[in-house]
Design a protein around this ligand. Structure first.
Ligand code: BGC
Length: 385
């Protein structure tokens, strides 16, 4: 486990040097800033841009449908705009849609993409189990589907899956807690609470599962205790990964189990939107020493919290890396070839294992955010003010 953890850190250093070396950071950083600030305008503009592009460009590379779950979370805006920019640079026309975290909206947007003549679909699903019927239509019409970041379950229409190594994300968070509390040597017990994401998102099984595989032995040994008793995945889930939902659940936990001055030592939060809810709840409902708090995505609000000492770490999944990998997949499939994968064992969607490309996540904390997030061009200093 330790060795794997070290390799994550080393991979991070390598990723930084590669990013610095390829010199592509600045463009992507501009896209990031623009998208974050003007997400809605961008989406509205997208339609017009697509229509123009469709007239001039459709014959060049073909029309690709990109379906993203929501604009509520920073990362999906970046994923969407990175994908669009990279696909267009490669000569494709892009129909990009965000589905407001509403399953019916996503289904109907995908139906429209099929009707509009999209030749390939890239989909980050809201609920991995809800796209079977519409994707059966895609399959019937010979339209290949790439699952983006989240695996689409129980559909044999999915050709490939590209994501960050989700199990490793969970393990990394768990191992961070083990190291930060020195659980192998310290006696404890330490008080821990757990917050994970939407039960319809297949990634939750890996984030939660990876972290708990690392932490469960310490719970069993009594070194970690969970005063709320809420440990099972269903008990610690957060619908739609919503910050407000995580915050109100956490306010209840704080008032029910910590109001008497009980020290909260650590919170395992699966991502940044839920970690933000925890940090907000702590700010107004907790006076003890700040707990260790994990996250994922390096959202701007959370990086600011890391700098301010209100969140300990976040797992960085560079959306530029994932978009580039998916664009490579699109190109291979559109040219009638096979896409590069590096995992053919892990991600069974219920119809068989989906060939996958797993990118490697990296830990960000107050010691390396400058190097990984700013020097790499992912954010500017001004983004974090
Ligand atoms: C993604 C995370 C994200 C979460 C909420 C997950 O499927 O992998 O990066 O934080 O969804 O949007």
């Amino acid at each position: 486990m330790k060795r794997k953890f070290l390799s994550v850190l080393l991979a991070g250093a390598l990723a930084v040097s590669m990013l610095a070396g390829c010199g592509g950071g600045n463009d992507a950083a501009e896209t990031t800033t623009e998208t974050t600030d003007t997400a809605e305008t961008d989406a509205a503009e997208t339609d017009t841009a697509d229509a123009d592009a469709a007239e001039t460009d459709a014959s060049a590379g073909g029309l690709i449908g990109v379906s993203m779950p929501t604009q509520d979370l920073q990362r999906w805006n970046q994923d969407g705009s990175n994908m669009k920019a990279e696909l267009e640079a490669a000569g494709y026309t892009v129909e990009l849609q965000y589905a407001s975290n509403d399953i019916a909206t996503q289904v109907s947007q995908i139906e429209t993409m099929i009707t509009n003549g999209c030749e390939l679909l890239v989909i980050a699903s809201i609920d991995g189990d809800s796209l079977g019927t519409v994707l059966a239509q895609a399959k019937e019409q010979g339209i290949p589907v790439i699952a983006y970041d989240r695996l689409i379950m129980n559909s044999d229409a999915v050709s490939y899956y590209a994501t960050f190594d989700n199990y490793l994300v969970g393990q990394t968070q768990g191992q961070y807690i083990v190291d930060a509390l020195d659980l192998d040597n310290a006696e404890g017990p330490f008080n821990m609470e757990i917050v994970t994401g939407d039960p319809g998102d297949n990634n939750v099984n890996y984030f939660y599962g990876g972290a708990m595989d690392v932490l469960q032995p310490y719970i069993d040994a009594g070194k970690l205790v969970v005063p709320s008793g809420q440990i099972a995945k269903e008990e610690v889930a957060t619908a739609n990964w919503a910050t407000e939902t995580a915050q109100s659940r956490f306010e209840n936990i704080l008032s029910s189990y910590y109001a008497d001055g009980t020290q909260l030592d650590v919170v395992l939060a699966s991502n940044d939107s839920t970690a933000l809810g925890v940090a907000n709840a702590l700010a107004s409902n907790y006076t003890g020493e700040y707990p260790i708090l994990t996250g994922q995505d390096c959202d701007i609000a959370n990086v600011k919290n890391i700098v301010d000492g209100k969140q300990s770490m976040s797992v960085f999944k560079d959306t530029r890396t994932l978009a580039s990998q998916v664009v490579k997949m699109v190109e291979a499939v559109m040219q009638g070839g096979e896409a590069e994968v590096n995992d053919t064992e892990t991600y069974d969607n219920g119809t068989g294992v989906i060939p996958s490309y797993l990118c490697e996540p990296v830990i960000v904390d107050s010691s390396n955010y400058q190097e990984l997030l700013i020097d790499s061009g992912y954010y500017t200093e001004a983004d974090l003010q």
